[in-house]
Design a protein around this ligand. Structure first.
Ligand SMILES: NC(=O)c1ccc[n+]([C@@H]2O[C@H](COP(=O)([O-])OP(=O)(O)OC[C@H]3O[C@@H](n4cnc5c(N)ncnc54)[C@H](OP(=O)(O)O)[C@@H]3O)[C@@H](O)[C@H]2O)c1
Length: 343
């Protein structure tokens, strides 16, 4: 077992499940919430996580509200960032004084925050993580692991370091770990899925089954997905298979009817299999939470500008999601008409 001294920041859906599994497995992470209600619940009742198969983990935990409350007794080896993307750079910067000289930050967000965090604290201090499973918080201190999947981790520059191996040992109780020597390729593969399924799910307010059951929606999803893959490849990224083939929804610009038919069929199958899935961005917007759009489609638009790739669908999606965030637009299927005009 790893003897790492770890700080976990963000005890929401993912952080709560990961913390409970780690403590249950014998690790002693110190938890930092952004919310006194969660801290109080965990202090009083421990942290409860229902795992697949119905097993509930209920360990006690050391928990504080905000980094300022964490005792400066001994420096930490690692700080895990498990909050939404918008606050990660600030949290990473504020974590540095609590870390050992060779201590590092692990980012676990949807979207690509790694470049911004590396710019703030130095690339050598950042390890990247991708959560391929689901978790939710039912109430303060009460969590559920909602879907299986792997956690991919890796060094931004590639290679398999000792610190990544010990990170893997520390978190393997929460989900199977894949140590990647091409984490950037894995980040972009996940980005393509999120920019398409998560973002268009929020734009329409529909389940994946509703979206993928409609031919026009499937076409717009393939076009959005294709722009992300084109941007990745123009930026020199070698796409990595994570849960599925990264080209599963890619529609080549010269695609003939058979290629289109094949990809369209894949879309219909995915839509049917995951028909009840509701986008996490959609669920967040329903609760009045800001989205991670700047680190999803917004990141693609920024990288595409550098690489000289046209991304009209992703550009329109950023604008329309921001309009939904500010209350100027509703989440409706009809938004797709405007998206279709983007190109
Ligand atoms: N949930 C999933 O199934 C899933 C799957 C894959 C990837 N992800 C990604 O994982 C990341 C975390 O998602 P999540 O669903 O766990 O989010 P979440 O349920 O919203 O939890 C994040 C928690 O972090 C807290 N927080 C915010 N700022 C903080 C700070 N500076 N220090 C400590 N805590 C802070 C928030 O407190 P407040 O509530 O007070 O703001 C919230 O309780 C996101 O990037 C998400 O996209 C999630």
């Amino acid at each position: 077992m790893s003897t790492q001294r770890v700080l976990i920041q963000g005890i929401g859906g993912i952080g709560g499940v990961m913390a409970a599994a780690m403590i249950h497995a014998g690790h002693n992470p110190v938890l930092v919430t952004g919310n006194a209600n969660i801290t109080r619940a965990i202090e009083q009742n421990g942290i409860h996580a229902r795992m697949p198969g119905g097993r509930t983990l209920s360990p006690k935990a050391e928990v504080y509200t905000g980094l300022d409350q964490v005792p400066r007794s001994a420096p930490f080896d690692a700080a895990y960032m498990i909050m939404k993307a918008a606050v990660v750079v600030d949290s990473a910067r504020r974590s540095i004084p609590l870390l050992r000289e060779d201590g590092y930050v692990v980012t676990f967000q949807n979207g690509i925050v790694e470049d911004a965090v590396a710019e703030a604290i130095g690339g050598g201090r950042v390890v990247s993580g991708i959560i391929g499973w689901g978790g939710t918080m039912h109430g303060p201190g009460v969590y559920e692991k909602t879907s299986p999947g792997e956690t991919h981790i890796g060094e931004l520059d590639g290679g398999i370091s000792e610190r990544v191996k010990s990170l893997g040992r520390a978190i393997e109780s929460s989900a199977p770990v894949v140590i990647s020597n091409n984490i950037r390729g894995a980040l972009w593969s996940k980005l393509a899925i999120n920019c398409t399924i998560t973002t268009i799910g929020a734009l329409t307010g529909e389940t994946l089954g509703q979206m993928m059951g409609d031919k026009n929606t499937r076409l717009l999803m393939m076009k959005t997905y294709t722009e992300v893959i084109d941007t990745a490849e123009a930026s020199g990224i070698r796409l990595e298979r994570i849960a599925a083939d990264p080209r599963m929804l890619y529609l080549p610009h010269d695609a003939g009817w058979f290629e289109f038919f094949k990809k369209d069929l894949i879309g219909r199958v995915i839509g049917f299999k995951y028909r009840k899935v509701k986008s996490s961005m959609l669920q967040g917007l329903e609760r009045g939470r800001p989205t991670e759009i700047d680190f999803l489609n917004g990141y693609v638009v920024a990288q595409a500008a550098k690489a000289g790739v046209a991304v009209p669908y992703n550009t329109a999606l950023v604008r329309m999601i921001k309009e939904i965030e500010s209350g100027k637009r509703k989440m409706l299927h009809e938004n797709l008409r405007e998206l279709a005009l983007a190109a």
